[in-house]
Design a protein around this ligand. Sequence first.
Ligand SMILES: *Cc1c(COP(=O)(O)O)cnc(C)c1O
Length: 239
Amino acid sequence: MTDRKTELAGNLAKVEERIAAACAAAGRKREEVTLIVVTKTYPASDVRILSGLGVRHAAENRDQDAAPKAAECSDLPLVWHFVGQLQTNKVRSVVGYADLVQSVDRARLVDALSREAVRAGREVGCLLQVALDAGASGRGERGGVAPGGIEELAALVAGSPGLRLDGLMTVAPLTGEYAGRQRAAFDRLMDLSTDLRRAHPAANMVSAGMSADLEEAVAAGATHVRVGTAVLGVRPRLG
Ligand SMILES: *Cc1c(COP(=O)(O)O)cnc(C)c1O
């Protein structure tokens, strides 16, 4: 093994142990939680190594980095998730490689995604990004729709050609009532997911938890955790 492969394999094993332990502690089956490795700022060569180590889900948050990386890795059996704030002028590019967009948070973005998905002949899975730090009907510091806006946006996605409503995503807020209270934030997301599934039973993905708080997310019931730093190392720059 190369040095990098040894390092990534070791990190991945530790993350796997953490997920398994969190599932056991919560009385959940390991298969109920999917690991998505967030490869942002790291090269395509790392994605290739991770794929060889059995990783099946990769996530990126900036189209400029993601598009060439996904193209270089197009021969690999990977599901690509887009998890960053998304400008409508990047949607055509993102739809070219992303199987799921986890950061759907406004009607204009839904319209653009639908138009480009139809044009590309693709079906794009959509998770609504929920801002638990937003005001009653405002938007979050780092994007996201306020809880009160979920129902309307979900109906829009569900009725849009080329799109599939898959569930909800959140990032634990740094400000507001949930700051520093990851478990409470993820419990709230689960309640919102329960509400969503009354009208949209198939939209059962709950994406929550990162390197620092994946245990809290698994305990709350997350189906997907998004882990970057704990697998790849501390990022060389903000991303
Ligand atoms: C970067 C990022 C992650 C991973 O964060 P780590 O702390 O590196 O595990 C997860 N979700 C989103 C939306 C991100 O941008």
